[in-house]
Write a protein that binds this ligand. Structure first.
Ligand SMILES: NC(=O)c1ccc[n+]([C@@H]2O[C@H](COP(=O)([O-])OP(=O)(O)OC[C@H]3O[C@@H](n4cnc5c(N)ncnc54)[C@H](O)[C@@H]3O)[C@@H](O)[C@H]2O)c1
Length: 338
């Protein structure tokens, strides 16, 4: 039985706590938030001990796995301190995205996990769907042939006005991770930004990419569009055909080259509510981390690892430099060197 503790009990920390609590191989032993009312409410809900200080919780309950679900500036500034505390305590850590809003701090966390020999994963949950796995297998099997290009888009409404780069840093860990999952490291980026009327931050952006494998790609993202229709689309094309993933978890379509027949795989049986489908991406991701830790997976084999989270953040930093300096920015490959 793995002992699990969660730090940060906002809406997302509560989702993590629920999925660990419902897993047969886990016992949720502690929940910690600096806001006592949040820690107390989660403790009552999940039957775990409440704490208001992460160091005290780590000392007292000695978890095997620590979920870090803090947020902060640009949704990532508060992850660093509790993640370092949990890694130093020898815990395996599954943190929320972005790994950090600060690349230097992200590097320190990845380095600390390596020094301690513990598993460090990030909740890059958009790659943990059945359809995403099928599409990745098609690439592994050579079904696409030589991969040529990828195009992705993601849009939701997030009216929060904070840093000018909030949309790039908080939304695009997901999209860039999915593109890296399909096409590998990104070697160069060029970025353009826009905003909806009345907004102060760069709430819409478009990126052009050059992948290390030689493929090219594009990504459009926005915090300016209400959901109601699908919020995400990813297309990857090779010489033998292309696939389109709608919303990562709803529909996967295969368009073979030189052939008029397409194959459509729907993930959701009629009547399944969308919230349940999205919740399953958290469940899939958390269950995969638990499975890898249980199997004694080597830290470098962790899927959607800290190093992957860091690589995505480096692409975002390069995109910001591209906007500020009005140029194409190259990114050193491999992405996980210090
Ligand atoms: N993977 C996804 O699909 C997805 C979706 C939405 C949000 N997120 C991410 O989840 C994270 C949390 O989001 P949220 O909306 O629940 O945020 P939130 O701000 O509501 O909750 C974070 C909580 O962490 C607590 N906290 C901060 N520092 C702490 C510390 N040192 N010790 C203990 N508690 C501390 C805060 O008091 C707060 O209650 C963010 O990083 C966000 O980017 C991920």
């Amino acid at each position: 039985m793995l002992r699990v503790a969660i730090i940060g009990l906002g809406p997302i920390g509560n989702v993590h706590a629920r999925h660990y609590g419902e897993h047969p191989d886990c016992e949720l032993v502690g929940v910690c938030d600096i806001l006592p009312e949040r820690a107390d409410a989660a403790a009552a809900r999940f039957g775990a001990l409440p704490f208001y200080d992460a160091a005290e919780m780590l000392r007292t309950v000695k978890p095997d796995i620590c979920g870090v679900c803090t947020g902060g500036h640009e949704y990532g500034s508060d992850h660093y301190a509790p993640t370092m505390q949990a890694l130093e305590a020898g815990c395996h850590v599954l943190g929320e995205k972005p790994i950090s809003n600060d690349v230097a701090e992200a590097e320190k966390m990845v380095r600390m996990a390596r020094e301690r020999g513990v598993c460090y994963g990030i909740n890059l949950n958009h790659r943990f769907t059945r359809l995403t796995g099928i599409a990745r297998q098609w690439i592994n099997d050579g079904r696409l042939g030589h991969v040529l290009f990828a195009n992705m888009a993601m849009w939701i409404k997030n009216p929060r006005e904070s840093s000018p780069w909030f949309q790039l840093k908080a939304l695009h860990p997901h999209t860039i991770d999915v593109l890296r999952y399909f096409c590998g490291d990104i070697a160069a980026v060029q970025c353009f930004v826009a905003r909806a009327p009345g907004r102060q931050i760069w709430s819409t952006a478009h990126f052009n990419f050059k992948f290390a494998c030689g493929a090219v790609g594009g990504l459009t993202g926005s915090y300016d569009i209400e959901r109601g229709h699908p919020m995400e689309r990813c297309e990857v094309a090779g010489v033998a055909g292309r696939f389109v993933l709608d919303d990562m978890m709803y529909r996967l379509t295969w368009y073979p080259a030189n052939n008029c027949e397409k194959t459509v795989i729907n993930n959701t049986p009629f009547g399944v509510i969308p919230e349940k489908v999205f919740d399953d991406t958290f469940k899939n991701r958390i269950h995969r981390f638990i499975a890898q830790v249980s199997e004694g997976a080597s830290p470098e084999d962790i899927e959607a690892s800290g190093a992957d989270g860091l690589a995505a953040q480096r692409v975002i930093e390069a995109a910001i430099a591209s906007v500020e300096e009005n140029r194409v920015v190259e990114i050193p490959i491999p992405n996980d060197v210090f």
